[in-house]
Write a protein that binds this ligand. Structure first.
Ligand SMILES: [Zn+2]
Length: 74
């Protein structure tokens, strides 16, 4: 199964879009919008900013189809 590493993050504050490469070894919890400089954090229940604001879920989610035990985030 191919894991997609590219995700387009859409800032919920200003709508700015940016293509990012997701790290495969960890979840990214904070993301600074380069346009409005606001710090994005995952929504409740999401393990990383890509799951909340990206066009793709993070690699851990894609591989495990979920990380309910937060194993991908430690
Ligand atoms: Zn922004």
């Amino acid at each position: 199964m191919k894991v997609e590493l590219e995700s387009t993050i859409i800032c919920p504050n200003c709508g700015h879009q940016k293509n990012e490469l997701m790290p495969t070894d960890a979840c990214q919890f904070f993301y600074e919008c380069e346009n409005c400089k606001s710090i994005l954090k995952p929504k409740e229940g999401d393990c990383c900013v890509y799951c909340s604001y990206g066009s793709m879920s993070c690699p851990s989610i894609q591989e495990n189809a979920g990380c309910d035990d937060n194993s991908c985030c430690t």
